[in-house]
Write a protein that binds this ligand. Structure first.
Ligand code: HEC
Ligand code: HEC
Length: 374
């Protein structure tokens, strides 16, 4: 409640102060049909300069060991903010262990990464720069050096935060990136127009049948919820579907003990998870060390899912048809399987209808990518 009040006061002040810029500010943050308001942390309010700065930082390849990688390498705006690869590739084509999730609507997650190991977009943005298989820097100093020798950056930091070169730190860099990411929100899909816009013709008959299945027999709604006035398609929780579990199953207890010991000694999470497949596959467990979290991963949003293949934390599922098959068979059998995952007994027609429904979650900005796929 308090946050919301602060937000209202903030936007009112912005509106008054920046009347000429008002349209730009509100165009940037206007919430598309079907989405709730974007949560904005009180210690990092949005402003136009900060968003522009964040966008530039997101695209800048100079912040990597060999100047070949930016955030946009793996979260490419032309590929719906992902990379189309099963497993992400950073500097020198070094491979990680996980699939690059889209950044679209990441602003709505209450934790970031497949295992939710960081609480905010700000904290998330620190990880990739110093990850050996991503931007590959040793520390943040090369980033600050580039920024401080670039007039345009200095002017943007001044406008965004009111600070001069000597005050600029990595906290400002990640705040700006997070502010930019909070503008990468997309709704307005055929589903939103049908569901929240009163346009009964916005979805095909097949997609409408798919929506009904989604909420009943197929049980998707349990973890990828649809609300009364908006939908983010994630419960922001962690579940075990069994994907990738066979990699760890034979040596499970051994790996679990290894991780427990390593964590006591201050294991570097980001680095280790993206370099060690067995540790990566433990999922949420590595964060909490709770046995029931073994093989659990964060429920991803389903918005724009038709243009962000391949799927799952390890990119092992190629198509939406294959995703539906996986759910229909009741996931991948394993001792820790989520109780909400069980065989569904879907007919071929029902499977096709569910896929049509998932395609109807594509926002107009990315609908072009959908056509390319056909
Ligand atoms: C080499 C490819 C690569 C680069 C470069 C990269 N990312 Fe990522 N990004 C990933 C992968 C892979 C994950 C998932 C990792 C995990 O869950 O452990 C991820 C996760 C994320 C998430 C969490 C989304 C979610 O669904 O939880 C955000 C936000 C994000 N990246 C933003 C960024 C930003 C900002 C940068 C630049 C500072 C960046 N990424 C650089 C590959 C990359
Ligand atoms: C018990 C909770 C749960 C249920 C029920 C569920 N999901 Fe999921 N869904 C998840 C989780 C968790 C993941 C990520 C799993 C992973 O990467 O290992 C996921 C991943 C997906 C993905 C891949 C998205 C991506 O970006 O990689 C799609 C598509 C999907 N689910 C659709 C569905 C559909 C359709 C249904 C109903 C048939 C459904 N889900 C039912 C929890 C659930």
């Amino acid at each position: 409640m308090k946050n919301r009040f602060v937000l209202i006061v903030f936007w009112a002040a912005v509106a008054l102060l920046l009347i000429p810029l008002e349209v730009a500010v509100f165009a940037g943050q206007k919430v598309p049909l079907g989405l709730p308001p974007v949560p904005i942390p009180s210690d990092n309010p949005q402003n136009v300069a900060k968003i522009a700065l964040g966008k530039r930082l997101f695209m800048d390849k100079r912040f990597s060991a060999d100047s070949t990688v930016s955030c946009a390498t793996c979260h490419d705006p032309d590929k719906a903010f992902t990379d189309g690869l099963p497993i992400a590739e950073g500097i020198k084509k070094k491979k990680g262990t996980r699939n690059s999730p889209t950044v679209i609507n990441a602003a709505y997650y209450t934790s970031q990464f497949w295992d939710g190991r960081v609480p905010s977009l700000e904290e998330q943005a620190k990880g990739p720069f110093v990850n050996p298989v991503e931007h590959g820097l040793k520390d943040f100093s090369p980033i600050l050096k580039v920024i401080k020798s670039d007039k345009e950056y200095l002017s943007l930091f001044k406008k965004a935060f009111g600070i001069n070169a000597e005050k600029i730190g990595i906290e400002h860099v990640v705040k700006a990136i997070a502010s930019f990411e909070r503008t990468i929100v997309s709704g307005n899909s055929p589903f939103d127009r049908y569901m929240y816009g009163g346009e009964k013709g916005a979805m095909s008959e097949a997609a409408i049948r798919g929506l009904k299945l989604y909420r009943t027999k197929a049980r998707c709604q349990d973890c990828h919820p649809i609300g009364q006035t908006s939908a983010i398609f994630t419960d922001n929780k962690f579940h075990n579907l069994g994907v990738g579990f066979s990699i760890i199953e034979p040596r499970l207890m051994e790996i679990v003990e290894k991780v427990k010991k390593a964590k006591e000694k201050g294991l570097k999470l980001d680095e280790t998870i993206l370099q060690k497949q067995d540790i990566s596959e433990l999922g949420r467990f590595v964060v909490t060390l709770n046995i029931e979290d073994i093989g659990r991963f964060k429920t991803p949003t389903l918005r724009n899912v038709a243009v962000t293949a391949p799927y799952m934390h390890d990119g092992s599922v190629e198509t939406l048809e294959d995703v539906i098959e996986l759910y229909d068979q009741g996931g991948e059998d394993n001792p820790m399987l989520d109780s909400g995952i069980r065989p569904l007994g879907l007919t071929e027609q029902e499977k096709a209808d569910l896929v049509e429904f998932l395609k109807a979650l594509t926002s107009p900005e990315y609908a072009g990518l959908l056509k390319d796929k056909k």
